[in-house]
Each structure stands twice: as C-alpha cells, then as structure tokens.
Design a protein around this ligand. Sequence first.
Ligand code: OVM
Length: 401
Amino acid sequence: MAEADAATSAAPVSGLDPFSDEYILDSYPQHAQLRDAGPVVLLEKYQVYATGRYAQVRAVLEDAATYCSGAGVGIDNYHKVPPWRPPSMVLETDPPEHTRNRAVISRTLSPAALRALRAGFEEEAAMMVDSLLARDSFDAVKDMGEAFPLKVFANAIGIPKEGRHHLVAYGNMVFNGMGPHNKLYDQAMANPDEVSGWVWEACQRRNLTPDGLGIRIFDAVDSGILTDEEGARLVRSFLSAGTDTTAAAIVNALYCFATNPGQWQALRERPDLARAAFEEILRFESPFQTFFRTTTRDAELAGVRIPAGEKVMLSLGAANRDPRQWSDPDRFDITRTTTGHVGFGGGIHGCVGQMMARLELEVILRAMAARVSTIEITGEPRRMLHNTLRGMEYLPVRLRA
Ligand code: OVM
C-alpha cells in the first residue's frame, strides 16, 4: 500500500519555515498556508517533507512501519547526525524494543496508580488557586504552568526536591532540540552538562522515593527485563515529557479561557465539563505542535511520492485546526466533540502519559471553576519562541473570586 508507483507525483515545494519567529508568532494563518499548499509538501529550506492536513497526519501516525521513530522524531536524522543525548527508549524507538519499553512505563501509570494520586493533586490545586486569588496579579507561566507540575508531577515520580527548575531547562533542550539548529536550538542547549547531569542523577534508583512512580520502573530491572542504565533512561522519559508539555497546557488553558470569557462561564456552570474542556484546549492550542517521522521505504501519501530515508514533519497544531476535519476549527468551544484530535499524537506512540496530563488539568480546571469568577489578562503577554511547543513566555493574569 505504501509502495510508490507511476501514478504518484512529486511534492509541491513550499517556502514556509515552521521554525521561524514569524511562523511561531502568527501560527494559524501559516498553518493554513501549509495545509493549502498540498496534502504533503517539501519544505525547501530544510529539504524535509511536511503535512498539516488532518487525514495525512493521522495516516502517518497510524503507519509506524513506513514512518518510523528510531531515526529520531526531530528534524535531525539520527542515521546521519548523532543524537545530542542517548536516545529515548520509548519516543525514539520502533517495535519490538518500543513495545517492550512502553509496556514498562504503561504499567506504572495504571488507573489504580493515578486514582491514588488524585486527592493529593486536588489539595495542591486548591492551595495554589487560593494563593493566586489572594494576589493582585501573577505570571501564569511561572506561578501556575511551571509551579504545578514541578510540585505534583515531580512528587508523583518521586525525584529530589532540590534543583527541580532544571526540569524546565531540560524540557527546553528536549523540545527545542527537535527543531533545526537555529537560534532557539542554540539558546536551549546553552548549559547542557549541568542540566542533563542533574536530570540523569534524579533518574537513578538511589535518588527516587520508595513510594513514587519512578522507582516502579526498576521493578523491570529486578525482573531482568531492563539493565540499571535502561531503567534510569526510562525514568528520564517521565522527566523529559512530563514537565514542559503540561506547563504549556496549563498556560494555554488560562489563555483560552481569559480570551473566551463565555466559555469560562460555561465551565463554571458545568464543572463536569473540565475533562472535555481540556481536550478542546489541546485541539485549539496544541502544546506539542510538531514532530517528525522517517520513511523506512519508498512511500506514497495522498498520491505524493516520499522516497525512503526522508524526514516527514507532522504539524499536529495545523491538523487540529484543519477545516477539512473540523467544523469552525478556529472557534474555542468546550462542548464540541473533540474525538480524534492529535494533541496527544496517535498510533503506537500516542502519549503514554495522557491520563496523567488529564488528571493534572482536570483538577486545576475544577479547582478554578469552584473558586474563580473571572480570568483577566493584565498586561502584554509574550508568546514563547520555541521549535516544538506552543505556549507563553509571560502571561500576566488576575483571578477574581
Ligand atoms: C522521552 C520523551 C521526550 C520528550 C517527549 C516525549 C512526548 C518523550 O524522553 O521519552 O514524549
């Protein structure tokens, strides 16, 4: 099915640069250009293929045999450029290793394990919102987006309390590191040894609390499935994937509701919509905007030929607003059906931490819905310039009871 044949055509060439300041600061018109340029295009500047259309993004996600992850999910092809860190054992692998490693992570994030975390998360969310209500205004990026996962998620994994700010810097390296070697890449990689060193220490068995999720990974070491080094590297996946993504989601949630006050009132009236609201936030302002796959063989996507060994960029952000898939895609509506959004990716690599992310966002949205009547932006927000994540660098907010 993925074989190329004579009926296929070459990809149209596009001059768009998804990693430029202009694209990042004004993404939605640029996403439309990417989608309208064709189902698959060749990005001239980087000589990689790209799609922003929902149907093609979905098709690539669902065909891991043709579109692999083992050559990295950033723009660099690890078969040609050495990875900047030892590759992730789950994000940057293919079956059968991927299947085995993902199962180890998956077991630690069981429904029972997540249920056990809920009450503590609720308590922290209530305390956080109460203290923010007492302030005239605050920075939603630092005081909410980063503060919440650095406390509750890091506690849940069971890593040391000292130095957790390194997790934000590390996430910046991981996610900016998926983009081209531009100024954003270089800024993120400014202090690699200190940051990576701290994270690697935090992943070691001796530094994990006995009641956290991180130490459970080492059960697979004890049963001989993984080596000690592999155990630490799987714990590293929690820390890589679970901080900056969630932080961006929290900030984007605040931004969506501050700019759509009617939707905030709708959530206050029906706090049971909190989980649905989070899915719409992921669709509407997807924290994880782009990642890549690499073709394992000559492929054909919507009639366009993609040779073997090529990088294909998936714009999740563009797919989540593709008018070919969604009606009125640029409207933020917490009551819409969001089934099938690709904010968590999809296929065999679909976010393994999604139930954790949902738990964190649900408790925050519920804590706010119970206490906050209005969410106001009090100054000039600054969008985060970032190769992969969509979020804010600064978002001054006032909450009123
Ligand atoms: C990992 C990893 C890193 C970043 C993201 C991610 C979205 C996973 O190290 O496994 O999933």
